[in-house]
Design a protein around this ligand. Structure first.
Ligand code: NAP
Length: 244
């Protein structure tokens, strides 16, 4: 079985290691999982045939663009508007989203009653999956974008300056941008570290490095923090259930 990950950059990714370890543990000898850095997804269907791919994961920045090249989509992925897992069957490409379920499951045990409003940093594929999961949990989410006017959404999207004003009442903050990710570990997506309190929960989807600068700044003010590693492993497990 030929599996892999497409996206760019991929230097931060642990997915290959996760799958190879799982193949060894489960004694699966006929499967490979490789990283395929891609500057564009335009030739994705030709690549699928040439590499005889059976399935692949999709990461930054293609979780939305990949949709144009699929034959079908699972209803959840369609509702989210982003795909991170594609299964290939007889040349047909079907898109799934395992990020939302993985995020929901890893967040849920840490939620407190006062986490009823959330800020999601970013407006890309991961942010859409997070928004869908928060909706399932009954948490009201506001997306935060560098250019809120460009995002044509029905839901609320605000600027970073506006989000800083909301921080006191929005005590769950999720980073769904790549800011702070290897090799740019000195960066933080959030310029208002004085706003964190012990009631805040900071969930950074970035998992390399751990902790991120965002998590360290939140923890310094007493906030609880979660990194993206558990979510990464869970979305990979859920992807494997789809691939096999
Ligand atoms: P994406 O589709 O490219 O979206 C990222 C969003 O972040 C963009 O839409 C943009 O929103 C914002 N952004 C990008 N560059 C930025 C910058 N320099 N400063 C501030 N904001 C910036 O990427 P994605 O697929 O959603 O992934 C986002 C991150 O989540 C990546 O680091 C990825 O590895 C991580 N992730 C982790 C897991 C996990 O399992 N742990 C799962 C999914 C994703 P605006 O233009 O609106 O500001």
């Amino acid at each position: 079985m030929n599996l892999g990950l497409i996206g760019t950059p991929l230097g931060h990714s642990y997915s290959q290691r996760w799958f190879e370890r799982m193949f060894r543990r489960e004694r699966i000898g006929d499967a490979t999982y490789r990283l395929y850095p891609m500057a564009s997804v335009e030739g994705i269907r030709e690549w699928v045939s040439a590499e005889a791919m059976d399935g692949f994961n999709v990461t930054i920045p293609y979780k939305e663009e990949i949709i144009h090249y699929l034959d079908d989509m699972d209803p959840t992925a369609r509702a989210i508007g982003a795909v991170n897992c594609v299964k290939v069957e007889q040349g047909r490409l079907t898109g799934y989203n395992t990020d939302a379920q993985a995020f929901l499951e890893t967040l849920k045990p840490h939620l407190m009653p006062w986490h009823d409003h959330a800020l999601i940093l970013g407006s890309g594929g991961a942010a859409k999956a997070v928004q869908y999961a928060l909706d399932q949990l009954g948490i009201e989410a506001t997306m935060v974008s560098r250019e809120p006017q460009k995002t044509k959404r029905l839901t609320r999207v605000v600027s970073y300056a506006e989000a800083a004003e909301l921080m006191a009442t929005h005590r769950l903050l999720v980073n769904a941008t790549p800011v702070g990710m290897y090799p740019h570990a000195d960066n933080s997506p959030w310029a208002y570290p004085e706003g964190w309190t012990p009631q805040h929960l900071c969930y950074d989807l970035v998992y390399n490095p751990l902790p991120t600068l965002l998590m360290r700044q939140a923890a310094e003010m007493g906030a609880r923090t979660l990194g993206g590693l558990r979510m990464l492993c869970r979305q990979a497990e859920l992807s494997w259930k789809i691939f096999r």
